[in-house]
Design a protein around this ligand. Structure first.
Ligand code: BES
Ligand code: MN
Ligand code: ZN
Length: 507
C-alpha cells in the first residue's frame, strides 16, 4: 500500500474516491452532522449532499457508509461518506473501525486509489496519532493470507491512499503514517508466519525468516543449534525437542538503535511450531490450532520489524526458543526430571506444560545481554482463556512499574492486557516431591502458576510475562492470527524510547 500526504484542494482534487466523515447527530432522529470536509463539498455542490442525507439512508454511526456518484461541484468521481459516530472528536478505536469499514467498501468496489479527507475533525495535537490509525486500519482491512491456497484470493485492487491535511500538519501526518506502516508491517508479518501450518513453519523455517530479517532490516541474528544448547546445559528446552524430528532452534535477533552501552530490552517469545501435548497428548478437537503455539515468537519478530522500521532509539534483543512438542519414543514422559540451564531441576508431571520448559532456559540465556527489562510473550495456558476470555492478554510481573507501562501501552492501542498476581502462595503449588520444581501446579489458577514457574527463572531482572493464549488468534469468523500483542509491544517500546530521550535531553 502506497500512502501519500496531500495538501490538495478538496473540491478540485481528481480522485477515484474521496472519503469524508459524517457524524451522528444525537439530538435528532435522522439528522446527520457534516464534518468540515463534507460541509465544503456540500457548499460546492450547492446543498446536494445535505439533500441526499436528508433522505435518511445513513445515520453517521461509527462505520456506516454511503457511496455516492456524480456529486456536483467536485472533481472526484466518487464520494464515500463514512460515519464517525456522535462524539465531537471520534475516539481512536471508533476511528479505526470507521476506516476499516470504508476500506472494506473500497475493496469490494475494486477501487484502486482513494483519498481520505478525515483528519479535518481531529485536533491539532492528535494529527500524527490519527494519521497512524489510518495507515494501520487500511492495512488491517487489506491483509490477506494467501500463502498456501492455489486458488489465490485476489489481492485488493486498492493500492494508493492519499491523506489530505492542512499544510501545517504535513510533517505530523507523515510521521504518523510512517509509524502506522511500520506497525502494520510487523503485525502482517506476525499474522502470516502464525497462520502458516506446522509442516511449513518449523523451527528451522523461523530461523530462516530471522536470517532474512538480518538482511532486510539490519538485525544481528544468531541461531543456536541443539549442540550449542547442549553446551549451555539447556536441559529443559532440549527435553521438549527430544520428542520431535525437527531440531530445536534458539533464535536471537538484535536491533541496535541506541548507543552500544545502553542496556537492551529483551523480548522472549514462545515458538512452539506445533504443540500436540507430547506423551500427555491433547484431545483431537481443534488440535490444528496448536500451530498457533508460536504466536508469542511471531510477535517478537513483528515488534522487531516495527521497531527497526521506525528506527526507535533503543536497543532490543528478541529471543525465540523454537521447538515442536510431539509424542515419540524419545519424548519426555510424565515423571521425568530434567535440569534447566539455571541448575534448577524440574519434574515434568505433564508433558503438555512444555512452553514454560523452553521459556525457562531462554529466560536464563537472556541474562547474557544484561537486559534493562525482559518481557516474555507466550500462548502459555488454556487457563488464561478461562480467566480472561479473548479480550485481554494475561499480564504477570515482578515489577509494578513495568506492569503499569505495559498495561498503559495496551490500553492506548486497544490491545489490552490485565494483570494477575504471581504471589509466593501460588508458587507453592509448584512443589515437587522429587525435584526443585514441578512443571504444573494443579487445576486451580493455571495461568498464575505457569507464570510463577517462569518467575523462578527471572529473579535477576525486571520481568513481565504476557499470556496471549486467548488473544493471539481467533478460532472463528474469520479463523486466523490477530497479530496481538504486537501493537501493545510496539507502543511500549515507543514510550520507552520517548522516556529515554526526555531523560537524556535534560541531563
Ligand atoms: N499451548 C498450550 C496452551 C494453550 C492451550 C493455548 C489452548 C491456547 C489454547 C500449552 O502448552 C498447554 O498445553 N498448556 C496446558 C498446561 C497444563 C498441562 C498445565 C493447558 O493449558 O492445558
Ligand atoms: Mn502444551
Ligand atoms: Zn504449548
Amino acid at each position: 500500500m502506497n500512502f501519500k500526504v496531500k495538501t490538495a484542494n478538496l473540491v478540485k482534487l481528481k480522485s477515484q474516491c474521496l472519503v469524508v466523515g459524517i457524524f451522528k447527530n444525537p439530538g435528532k432522529a435522522k439528522g446527520v452532522r457534516l464534518s468540515a470536509s463534507a460541509e465544503r463539498i456540500d457548499s460546492s455542490a450547492s446543498g446536494q449532499l445535505q439533500q441526499i442525507l436528508n433522505r435518511g439512508d445513513v445515520d453517521g454511526g461509527v462505520g456506516s457508509t454511503l457511496l455516492l456518484y456524480d456529486v456536483q461541484g467536485i472533481s472526484a468521481s466518487r464520494l464515500l461518506l463514512v460515519g464517525l459516530g456522535d462524539k465531537e472528536e471520534c475516539p481512536r478505536n471508533d476511528y479505526r473501525k470507521a476506516i476499516v469499514a470504508a476500506t472494506n467498501l473500497l475493496v469490494e468496489r475494486k477501487i484502486a486509489s482513494a483519498d481520505f479527507a478525515i483528519l479535518d475533525s481531529v485536533s491539532d495535537s492528535h494529527i500524527g496519532d490519527y494519521a497512524r490509525q489510518i495507515a494501520e486500519a487500511v492495512h488491517e482491512a487489506t491483509y490477506r493470507y494467501r500463502e498456501t491456497q492455489s486458488d489465490k484470493k485476489p489481492m485488493p485492487e486498492l493500492s494508493r491512499i492519499g491523506v489530505l491535511v492542512n499544510r501545517r500538519d504535513t510533517d505530523a501526518a507523515q510521521m504518523g503514517i510512517d509509524r502506522g506502516i511500520a506497525i502494520a508491517n510487523g503485525v502482517s508479518f506476525t499474522k502470516t508466519v502464525a497462520n502458516l501450518p506446522g509442516n511449513i513453519c518449523t523451527p528451522g523455517y523461523l530461523a530462516d525468516r530471522a536470517r532474512e530479517l538480518a538482511r532486510s532490516h539490519g538485525l544481528k541474528v544468531s541461531v543456536l543449534e541443539e549442540k550449542d544448547m547442549e553446551k549451555l546445559k539447556m536441559g529443559s528446552l532440549l527435553s521438549v525437542s527430544r520428542g520431535s524430528r525437527e531440531p530445536a532452534k534458539l533464535i536471537t535477533m538484535e536491533y541496535r538503535g541506541a548507543s552500544q552501552d545502553r542496556r537492551p530490552i529483551a523480548l522472549i517469545g514462545k515458538g512452539l511450531t506445533f504443540d500436540a501435548g507430547g506423551i500427555s497428548l491433547k484431545p483431537a478437537a481443534q488440535m490444528d490450532e496448536m500451530k498457533y503455539d508460536m504466536c508469542g515468537g511471531a510477535s517478537v519478530f513483528g515488534a522487531l520489524i516495527a521497531a527497526s522500521e521506525m528506527k526507535l532509539p533503543l536497543n532490543i534483543v528478541g529471543i525465540v526458543p523454537s521447538s515442536e512438542n510431539l509424542p515419540d519414543g524419545a519424548a519426555n514422559k510424565p515423571g521425568d526430571i530434567v535440569t534447566s540451564m539455571l541448575g534448577k531441576t524440574i519434574e515434568i508431571l505433564n508433558t503438555d506444560a512444555e512452553g514454560r520448559l523452553i521459556l525457562c532456559d531462554a529466560l536464563t540465556y537472556a541474562k547474557k545481554y544484561d537486559p534493562e527489562s525482559v518481557v516474555d510473550i507466550a500462548t502459555l495456558t488454556g487457563a488464561c482463556i478461562i480467566a480472561l476470555g479473548h479480550h485481554a492478554s494475561g499480564l504477570f510481573s515482578n515489577s509494578d512499574s513495568l506492569a503499569d507501562e505495559l498495561l498503559a501501552a495496551g490500553a492506548r492501542v486497544d490491545d489490552r492486557a490485565w494483570r494477575l498476581p504471581v504471589w509466593d502462595s501460588y508458587t507453592k503449588q509448584l512443589k515437587s516431591n522429587f525435584a526443585d520444581l514441578a512443571n504444573i501446579g494443579g487445576r486451580s489458577a493455571g495461568a498464575v502458576t505457569a507464570a510463577c514457574f517462569l518467575q523462578e527463572f527471572a529473579m535477576d531482572y525486571s520481568w513481565a510475562h504476557l499470556d496471549v493464549a486467548g488473544t493471539a488468534w481467533s478460532s472463528s469468523s474469520p479463523k486466523g492470527a490477530t497479530g496481538r500483542p504486537v501493537p501493545l509491544l510496539v507502543e511500549f517500546l515507543i514510550r520507552r524510547s520517548e522516556a529515554d530521550n526526555a531523560g537524556s535531553g535534560t541531563s
